[in-house]
Ligand binder design. Sequence first.
Ligand code: ZN
Length: 568
Amino acid sequence: MDDEQARRARGIALQNALEHGGSTKPGIVISKLLGELPELRSQSSALVGELGPITDSVNAMSESAQRAELESDHPDRLKDEPRQQERGGLPPLKGAAAGSVVTRFPPEPNGYPHIGHAKAAIINDEYAKMYDGRCVLRFDDTNPEAERLEYYAAIKVGLDWLGIEFASVKNTSDDMDEIQSRGRGLIEAGRAYVCTCKSDDVSKGRRQMKACPCSKKDAPDHLDRWEKMSSKYSPGDAIVRFRGDMESQNTTMRDPVLFRIIDVRHPLVGDSYRVWPSYDFAVAVEDSLDGVTHAFRSKEYELRAELYSSLLDALEMRKPAMDVFSRLEFEGMPVSKRVIRPLIESNAVSWYDDPRLPTLEAMRRRGIRPDAIRQFVLSLGFTKADTMAPFATLESRNRKAVDATSPRLHMVADPVEIRISGLDNDGVTMRNHPTEDLGGRTIPVADGEVFIPKADAGSDAGALWLMGIGNINLSRGGGVMRGEYVDDDLDSGNPRVQWVPKTGSRQITVTVPKPLFRGGQYDPQSLSESAALVEPHWAELDEDTVVQFVRYGYCRKDSPGQAIFTHK
Ligand SMILES: [Zn+2]
C-alpha cells in the first residue's frame, strides 16, 4: 500500500471500530477498502498482512481517541450518531432539566407484551436517557381478576430483550397501604364518598348527570361505610367515588370510581386486601409518589387527563406533566387480548409466541431484532394520530439490522437430484457473507450428488452456474438428471443457482407467517409450513441465528428442525 492507501485503510478502520464498540478486524477493513479502491483487488492477500498493524493500533485506542482522530484526519467519514439522530423524532420535554427527569413505564401484568408496550417503554426509556434521568418500571397491578405472575415475568423478559434498563422496578400493589390511606383521606376531606347504589343506577346517574343520594351524606357516614368495604360489604355492594362534576362534558369527571371490592387472590399480595383502587386513582397517586416528572399515556386515555389532574389537586400531591402519544399497531396484526385469546383457545393461533402475532415473543421468534424495533419506534416520532403501520416498515429496518451478521446459506425447497461428473475436489469452500468477516464453510461434494430447486432444473437440458462449484451442463437420461462440470467462468451468463449436497444435508421445516387478519377477518391460510433441505453447516449454527437463505430471504433458526421466515 502507498501512503494514501494506508491513510484510507486507517480511516476505514477507525470508522468501523466506532460503529462496533471500539474494535475492528482486518477482514472487514479489507472488504471496505477494496470497495473504495478496486484496483487493489489483485493484491488482496498481501494487503491482509499490511492491515493487521493498522487494526491492532486502532483497537488499542480508546473510543474517544478513535473519534478524535476520525474527526481531525477523516472528517468525510464522520456520520451522525445514529441514536441521537433517531431521538430527533422525539420533541423536547417541557420544563425538563438534565439530571432531574423521571419517566415511568406502567404496564398492567394482564397479558403478554406487544408492539404497543414496546413503543411506550422505548419512548420513556429514550426520554430518560435524553435528559440523563431515570425511568421506573412499575407493574400497575391493582386488578387481581386479570393479573397473573406469568404476565409479570413475560413483561420483564420482553423489556430485557428490548434492552431497556430501568432505574428501579416496583409494583403498585407494594403501596396498597399508602394508596388506601390516601383514599380514606379524600373521604375524610369530603372529596370522595362511598356509594352503595346499584351499578345500573350509578351508570344511569352518570348518563343523566344526576348525583346519587349517597353523595349527600356527611363524611362520618362515609368513613363508616369505608370501614365496611374491607369487611361487611360484598363485591358490588359499595364503591368509592370521587366528587368530580356530574355535569361535566367530560364523562370521566362524573363522580368516577376510585375503589371497588374485589374478592380475588392477588398474585403478589394474596388476600391482604379486598378494596382495590381504580386505574385512575392508582396511577395518579403512584406517579406522584414515584417522583415522576413526565408521564405519557396512549391516546385512548386522553379524556382521563383532567381526572388525573383533579385527583392530584384534591390529594394535594405533586403533579407530573402529562402528555399523550398515539397507539401503535400493525395492519392485519391486532394486539387486543379480546381478539387474540379466542384464537389461542380455538387453536387457530398456537400461543402468544405464534410468529403471526405482534407480541415481542413472536417478533423475537420471527427474527426481528430489538434494535430494529427501537429505531422503528423512534422513526415514527411522537405522533398523536393513531398509527397503523405496515409491518414492512419494521421489516426494512430489521433487514439493515440483521444483514451484516446473517450468514448466507444454501436452502432448497422442492428439490431435484443431479449427479455431477468431472468435479475434481471433495468439497467447495464458500464465504459466509459477501462483504462481512463471518468466516467460511466447506460444503462436501465428494460423490457429486446434489439437490437443486426443481424450478431451476429445466425440463431436459440446460446450463447452470452452481454457486461455489461452477458451470454445469445438464442432461436428463434414464430418469436421472446428470450434470457435467464445465469450468468456473463467472461470466458464462448461466443462471446462478444454489444447491445442497445429497450427503449431510438436513431436512427442515420453513414456517412462513403472513398477516393474521385480512379485510378484518382471521385468515386461516396465514401460516404456511413447507419442507426444505439445507446444507450441513445449518447444524453448526446456534439457535436464534438469523441466516439469509440464498435466493430466498432471511430466516431465524428456531430449532434444529425449523426455520421461521423473517422477511425477504
Ligand atoms: Zn350512590
